[in-house]
Design a protein around this ligand. Structure first.
Ligand code: NAG
Length: 228
């Protein structure tokens, strides 16, 4: 009886989490999972990452990529969360350009190579406790516009949903994330930045990773969004 109850509880917990496994390009959803997103370690149970110092905070990947999507600069690029984004918190998008001569399926994207392309923050118009609303909450698709001025070429695009419901203390924030492989066409000649590393960009218990019902103002972690 006890083990049965535990199983039911585990199933309940798992179904509240999510994975990002399909892209939506200008409204068109990929037909299968992991087509141009590197398969993540939570591909079965949808669990999140909690250790911001682990390599999993970069792409959470199980294995190398297999496919690359083509996306034009200025297009809307979305990620599908299988269960929807069922936890409150911001969703952010980072990009890293694959260096010339590197293979997109296997490039590890270590070091200061990531810039923040977009951030969907919460709002608290009344400034009161428990006053936040999160635009991505319970949404299946979260998307951003690929900066028009980003140079053309191969990129990893990292989506990150930071779940804050258990972030009252260090290590409580949960990260749901994945890296897509895209070939950007029709780009510009901007110089994206500032560039940060994963791990490295976030500190356990640091800015943007502590949140409680008493929080009245909030800024997501990481660098400023690149203003291309
Ligand atoms: C990316 O797109 C360009 C322009 O269409 C093309 O020449 C190149 O072969 C593509 N690269 C990949 C890896 O798909």
């Amino acid at each position: 009886m006890r083990s049965f109850t535990s199983l039911v509880l585990l199933a309940g917990v798992a179904s509240a989490h999510y994975r990002f496994s399909k892209l939506v390009i200008n409204g068109e959803t990929e037909a299968t999972e992991w087509k141009s997103i590197r398969m993540t370690k939570n591909y079965q149970d949808d669990h999140g990452v909690t250790d911001v110092n682990s390599a999993d905070i970069r792409c959470f990947q199980m294995k190398a990529g297999t496919g690359t999507a083509t996306v034009a600069a200025g297009d809307e690029l979305g990620f599908v969360a299988d269960q929807g984004v069922t936890h409150p918190g911001p969703v952010q998008f980072y990009m890293a350009k694959v260096p010339d001569g590197k293979e997109i399926n296997t490039w590890e994207a270590t070091g200061n190579v990531w810039f923040k392309a977009a951030s969907i923050d919460g709002t608290n118009p009344t400034g009161k406790t428990s006053g936040f609303t999160w635009p991505t909450y319970n949404k299946k698709v979260t998307s951003f516009v690929v900066p028009k001025n980003v140079p053309s070429g191969k990129y990893l695009v990292r989506v990150e949903s930071i779940a804050l419901h258990q972030a009252q203390s260090a290590g409580g924030a949960q990260f749901y994330l994945a890296c897509a492989q895209v070939n950007i066409t029709g780009g510009g000649n901007g110089t994206p930045g500032p560039l940060v590393a994963f791990p490295g960009a976030y500190k356990s218990g640091g800015p943007g990773l502590i949140f409680s019902w008493q929080t009245t103002s909030y800024t997501p972690p990481g660098p400023d969004v690149w203003q291309g």
